[in-house]
Structures are given as C-alpha cells and as structure tokens.
Design a protein around this ligand. Structure first.
Ligand code: GDP
Length: 444
C-alpha cells in the first residue's frame, strides 16, 4: 500500500548498509522524499512542508543511527520527534484554556467548520470540569444559527444569551459578557458569525467584538478537511485578531490532519482541542503524539524503531542485572566503583565538558585526597575484612587496628564505613530495580 516503497527501501538498505553510523545527506535523500509525500498527502500546506523539511534536514544531519535500525527508520524517528515538538510537546495540560474571571472564550472561524458545535462542546467540557458557563449568540445574519445555539444550550443544560437579530453583534457580545458576570459564571463562550470565505467585514466585526469583550482565549475553529488552504486561513485570522489557539474539527473523518501542522507552523499557536464527531461529547484535548503519527502515517516504521530501542535497553539492563546480581559488594568493589567514578582522567575530562567546568580544582583535589585515604585504609585491611565487610563494621577493635595500620584517623575509617554502606545500598536498590524490571513488575 502507501508505504510499500518505504518498506522496500528499508529492506534494501538493511541488506546493503547494515549498520550505518549517522544520518548523511546521502542516506536521508530517499526517506526525505517519502516524508515530503506523506505530509502533502496529509494536506499540510506546501510552503509549510518546505520549511518543515528544510528544518528537519538540518536537524537530522549527523544524528546517530540507533543500532538495529536503518538510516531511513532513524530519519523518520527524527521527523516524528520534530512534528511532536512543533505541534506542542507535552501532554494535554500544556494546551489548557487561559485563565480568567470569568474566562471569556471568543470563537472564530468560517461558516460550516463546526464553530457553533464547538462552542457547545466546549461548554459541556467546562461543565464537566465543574465550571458554570454562559453561551452567547452573536450571529445576527443567520437566525438559524441563533436557534442552533439555543437548542444546543438546552440539550446540555447551559444558558444561552441572545438578543435576536436586530441588535449589533458587538453590543450583544458586550452585554452577554456583562450577563455572565452578573450570573457569576466561570466561563462565557461567545459564538460569532462565520462567512464562507475570509472577508474584511467578518474580520472587522471580530476585531470589534474582541476589543469589546477582551477575551482570555480567541479560538480559531478549523475544519480538518480544509486542506492546503489551512495555512492562508490561519494567517488571515491570526493577523486580524491574534488567536490564542485553535480547535480542529471533524477529525473523526478521513483527514490525516495536516491542518494541525499548518496552524502551528503559521501562527505559532497551539491546537487546544480536537472535534471528533457531531455529538456534544465529541471533543478531546489535543495530543501532539497522536496527531504526529496520524499526519505522518508511518506508524509501522516508528514501531520498528521502538522495538530496536527496547531491545537495546533490555540488553543493557540484562547485562547490568547480571553484573549486579553476581556482585558480592565488598570493599574491593567499593574501591573499583570509586575509581571508576572518580578516576583522575574521568574527572579531568568532565571538567572540559560544557556545564561541568564548575568543578573546581579544589573539588578535584579533595576527591583525589579522599580516594587516597580510602585506598590506604582498605589496603590495611585483612583479606577477610575486605571481602566480608560485616566483620569490620561490627568490630570497633578491628576498625581501630585498621586505622592505626593505615595511618589514618578512626573518624576517617568511620567515614569509609558510612560511604561503603551508602554505596552498597545504592547498588542493592539498583539490583532490586533491575530484577523487578526483568520480571516485568513495577519497580515502584
Ligand atoms: P458553524 O457554521 O461553523 O457554526 O458549523 P456548525 O457547528 O453548524 O457545524 C457544521 C456541521 O458540521 C454540522 O452538521 C455539525 O454537526 C458538523 N460537525 C461539527 N463538528 C464536527 C466534528 O467534529 N465531526 C463531525 N463529523 N461533524 C462535525
């Protein structure tokens, strides 16, 4: 089907290349074409596709290719990450409505996109969050639109403010918000008139309503089926009324949702909700991960990547478990661990890395001194004390002897016992964690 090509080229690449180190202009060429095609098929506007691809290409260049996958798969993983990041990242909480007392939500959009429906859905959504709402009908050009909102309001048991068709929409909006304040509601949702196309009258009216009610949110309602035009539409509305976000409707249909990317790329504003049906309940918070996967339509490829990633993690964990489980953690191990952690070269290298140059010469010196002290004490132990730390920890006489033999103070020996116990419990905790993880249990 759609990605047969891609699957074939992945197989080919797997045979030909095997493990390739990084993404290069050469090995990105083919998957780049596939991604471009996928985005256009998803109705992402062409200029948006161009800008996006250019950015991803720059970002991806030089990216390390995960062991077990081909450059194609790695590239698509980069694209997917970039899509998610661009469309908002984080969970639904990141795209919540703006606060306000009351929240005033202005709905904008062309006619037929599902604006009035979305106003009702939002009211129900807020109602379920224990917020009281008032809906305001300002579409004086279509009496049917006012009736529609009144019906929706009745159905979800939310009051609707309307003044018929003979009053100026700006005035209705203003008085609607006043009424909301009088009623003490938490949110006022102002539905507005749409036109079949972007026109100056509509934008002028929206601007006037906006300055009259000073909304906390101005949401542009966009039909997911809008296709290539979405970018221009979003630009026009955003330029005119500076939207705070968008609601993407009719995502229950066939649309791959490319409009979501266009909205974000053009306006920089988040998609806050997604409409997924005609019912009032059919409103969901926006999940960038889901949308990215839908737009890209390359779920299989990403699953491949995740499998490889999991395999590697499991391998690492298995090796670590074995190491840890075998480990009878004693003073020799302690010394080794400490050496690994604090070895001279390691510390010096750390110092040269950005962010770590705050490690002072003094700290380095102290770490080395401490190591020398511990080393001296451990060397002065008898073999059975070194491999069986309990006998030393329990016997004050033995500790005193070790202190004397090593030329260190008893306080230093106690310090070593404490450091040892702490490291041992860390290692033990790690081992337990890994054992549980291996058994498929929840380590928490
Ligand atoms: P408005 O002119 O922008 O206010 O649009 P309406 O709210 O009247 O909606 C236009 C049509 O789209 C109606 O038939 C709605 O039932 C339908 N609609 C709205 N949102 C959705 C949605 O998320 N999914 C589907 N399938 N239909 C929707």
């Amino acid at each position: 089907a759609m990605f047969d090509n891609l699957s074939r080229s992945i197989e080919k690449a797997q045979r030909l290349i095997g493990k390739t180190g990084t993404l290069t202009a050469e090995n990105m060429k083919e998957p780049l074409k596939e991604v471009r095609r996928a985005l256009l098929e998803a109705d992402v506007s062409l200029p948006v596709v161009r800008r996006f691809i250019k950015k991803v290409e720059e970002r991806a260049l030089g990216t390390k290719v995960l062991e077990g996958v081909t450059p194609d798969v790695q590239f698509i993983k980069v694209v997917s990450n970039e899509l998610i990041e661009l469309m908002g990242g984080g969970g639904p909480g990141a795209k919540d409505l703006e606060p306000g007392f009351p929240q005033i939500i202005l709905m904008a959009g062309l006619q037929g996109v599902g604006k009035t429906t979305a106003a009702g859905k939002l009211a129900l959504y807020l109602k379920k969050a224990k917020k009281r709402c008032l809906l305001v009908a300002t579409d004086v050009y279509r009496p049917a639109a006012i009736d529609q909102l009144v019906k929706l309001g009745t159905a979800i048991d939310v009051p609707v403010f309307e003044l018929g068709t003979q009053v100026d929409p700006v005035e209705i909006a203003r008085r609607g918000v006043e009424e909301g304040r009088r009623l003490g509601v938490d949110a006022v949702i102002v539905d507005t008139a749409g036109r079949l196309q972007v026109d100056e009258d509509m934008m002028g009216e929206l601007r006037s309503i906006k300055s009259a009610v000073r909304p906390s949110d101005t949401l542009l309602v966009v039909d997911a089926m809008t296709g290539q035009e979405a970018a221009n539409l979003v630009r026009a509305f955003n330029d005119a009324v500076d939207i705070s976000g968008a609601i993407l409707t009719k995502m229950d249909g066939d649309s791959r949702g490319g409009a979501a990317l266009s909205v974000r790329e053009v306006s920089g504003k988040p998609i806050k909700f997604v409409g997924v049906g005609e019912k009032m309940e059919a409103l969901e918070p926006f999940y960038p991960e889901r949308m990215a996967s839908r737009i890209l339509g390359m779920g299989d490829v990403l699953t491949l990547y995740e499998k490889a990633e999991t395999a590697i993690k499991e391998e690492d964990a298995k090796a670590a478990v074995e190491r840890l489980m075998e480990e009878k953690f004693d003073f020799n191990d302690f010394l080794n661990q400490w050496k690994t952690m604090n070895n001279m070269g390691g510390m010096q290298m750390l110092k040269m890395m950005p962010g770590f140059n705050k490690i002072s010469e003094k700290q380095l010196y102290e770490a080395e001194k401490q190591f020398e002290t511990y080393e001296a004490i451990i060397k002065a132990m008898e073999e059975e004390e070194r491999t069986n730390p309990e006998i030393l920890i329990k016997s004050m006489a033995r500790r005193r002897r070790v202190a004397q033999d090593s030329g260190q103070s008893e306080a230093e020996v106690s310090k070593l016992m404490a450091a040892f116990t702490s490291m041992k419990s860390q290692v033990g905790g790690m081992s337990k964690f890994l054992k549980l993880q291996k058994a498929g249990g929840d380590p928490a």
